[in-house]
Design a protein around this ligand. Structure first.
Ligand SMILES: [Zn+2]
Length: 506
């Protein structure tokens, strides 16, 4: 079912729900103040009302008004065409630096390639930074291309229509960029004391992971982004058919993409006199074996927790198998059932191999002397490509077939912890925000910038804080990408609250 604005609660309704769940904390003071119509910006130096709980400075103002401002930033960002390639992220970086400058925050534009830049800004907690405590708010500024003929509106027009904000990047990832910006600016406006540095980062080249990507930032500018914790894209808030949040998937790990080339050399020649050495035949046979091969299942701790937490939300049959996925007697059948039921679940349980490119021949009557294929392999965190390629060599068992691992292959990043304070805080605040919805640890089968951060010991978590239906979610990277207007302020509110709770001194 399509999600429509009319099916969601009004924002104030959302606040009402929040207020029922929120514990008596500094944030309840904040919301109480907002509810009573106080101007928190003017209140910064005043004492909050005494409710018999420890007093702390007010944090940030009314997030409804803030979200409206952030919606304008989002619209402006959507109008900046950052289709990658070529990217042109510098224009978005300059726009963001301009927004921050108006708040008295000096952002730095880090040029990575012609026309391609990242933007970084920092709120300091003390004269001497402690990178191990710092919180990094990450979102990417580039977007994938569009097939303009399949769009009913200008994908780079920042169009608001029929209860949606339309445009390439409205879900992936400019909305998170705007929400991060809002949370960052809220801290500055709140004039509060923070107990850790908070860093805002807009990255470039996330979609292609090339020379202007976070890889380059990490290599050249690590001191500017070094952090112990990060909030990024990669998760999602799933809206059910009843218009309520079904669950929040919080990404704590991701698979690693590696391309492996297959080359077969053999005897070419006249097609009228074929031999058994025809490279086309050898390559086809190798791909047939690989295509029918199932790599072994390995359940990581995140994936175990994922199925365990998702089980109560699924239909009876699916739920039954999710509950026994790790048992010695029924585990194997359960894994098969779930792998068949959903390709993403299959990919979460094992390394996957997808042949994606096939090249051979140039004329109908000539047997070529070479044939090529590319396999796109997605490794589970902790698995290594050498081991898998050795297994494939044994499986193919053909000396004419040569395997080559692309040097560009991603490194296997470790998972982020499911135990630390930041993880627990995101879990608690997200559940509060969405009426007690379960928060489920999640591993992405695709890639985000977080892998590069996790390789440097950053505890990075992926959220996409806006509640959207599966139908809306399916437009990511597709036609008519759009974000429900009603979802945006909720996402902004969630990010503001997470950032404030984690970084404001009590
Ligand atoms: Zn993205």
């Amino acid at each position: 079912m399509e999600f429509t604005g009319g099916k969601t609660q009004s924002y104030l309704g959302g606040v009402y729900v929040l207020r029922r769940h929120i514990s008596l904390s500094i944030l309840s003071l904040l919301f109480l103040s907002g509810f009573l119509g106080c101007n928190l910006n003017a209140q910064v130096s005043q004492k909050p009302p005494s409710l018999g709980i420890p007093q702390a400075p007010p944090l940030v103002g009314d997030t409804v008004a803030l979200a409206l401002e952030a919606q304008n930033w989002l619209v402006e960002l959507l109008k900046i065409n950052t289709t990658n390639p070529p990217g042109n992220e510098q224009a978005a970086a300059k726009y963001i630096a301009g927004v921050l400058a108006k708040e008295g925050i000096a952002a730095e534009i880090l040029d990575l390639a012609p026309g391609r830049s990242a933007v970084v800004a920092r709120l300091r907690s003390s004269a001497v930074a402690d990178p191990s405590k710092a919180l990094l708010l990450v979102a990417h500024m580039d977007v994938v291309g569009v097939d303009r003929g399949k769009w009913s509106v200008d994908p780079f027009g920042g169009v608001i229509k029929d209860g949606y904000i339309w445009g390439r990047g409205s879900l992936d990832d400019k909305s998170m960029l705007a929400a991060n910006l809002a949370a960052f600016i809220a801290l500055k406006r709140g004039n509060v004391h923070i107990n850790r540095d908070v860093i805002f980062l807009g990255t470039a080249d996330e979609e292609q992971f090339g020379d202007a990507s976070i890889k380059m930032l990490v290599a050249k500018h690590w001191d500017k982004i070094a952090a112990g914790f990060a909030l990024n894209e990669g998760g999602k808030v799933v809206l059910g058919k009843d218009g309520k949040v079904q669950y929040v998937a919080l990404q704590a790990g991701e698979k690693v993409s590696v391309n492996v080339g297959l080359t077969v050399t053999g005897r070419g020649g006249h097609a009228s006199m074929p031999t058994k050495e025809n490279p086309v035949v050898h390559l086809a046979s190798a791909l047939d074996k690989i295509g029918n091969y199932s790599t072994p299942v390995r359940l990581t701790s995140i994936v175990r927790r994922y199925f365990e937490s998702l089980a109560p939300l699924e239909d009876e049959e699916t739920s039954k198998w999710m509950r026994v996925i790790d048992t010695p007697d029924r585990g194997e059948h359960a894994q098969r059932f779930l792998a068949d039921a959903n390709p993403m679940w299959n990919s979460m349980m094992r390394d996957t191999i997808a042949p994606t490119i096939l090249e051979a021949g140039f004329r109908g009557n000539v047997i070529p002397s070479e044939a090529h294929a590319v396999l796109n392999i997605r490794l589970l965190p902790g698995d290594t490509i050498d081991v898998l390629v050795n297994d494939l060599k044994k499986l193919v068992n053909d000396p004419q077939v040569h395997f080559e691992i692309a040097s560009e292959g991603g490194l296997a990043a470790p998972n982020s912890s499911l135990e630390n304070d930041f993880f627990n805080l995101i879990t608690r605040v997200s559940a509060q925000e969405f009426g007690g919805a379960p928060v489920i640890p999640f591993m992405s089968t695709g890639a985000t910038d977080s892998a590069q951060l996790r390789l440097h010991n950053v505890q990075a978590y992926g959220l996409r804080p806006f509640p959207v239906s599966e139908a809306d979610d399916a437009r990511v990277h597709g036609d008519e990408e759009r974000l429900p207007l009603a979802a945006f302020p909720k996402g902004v509110d969630l990010v503001v609250r997470i950032v404030a709770e984690f970084s404001v001194s009590r």
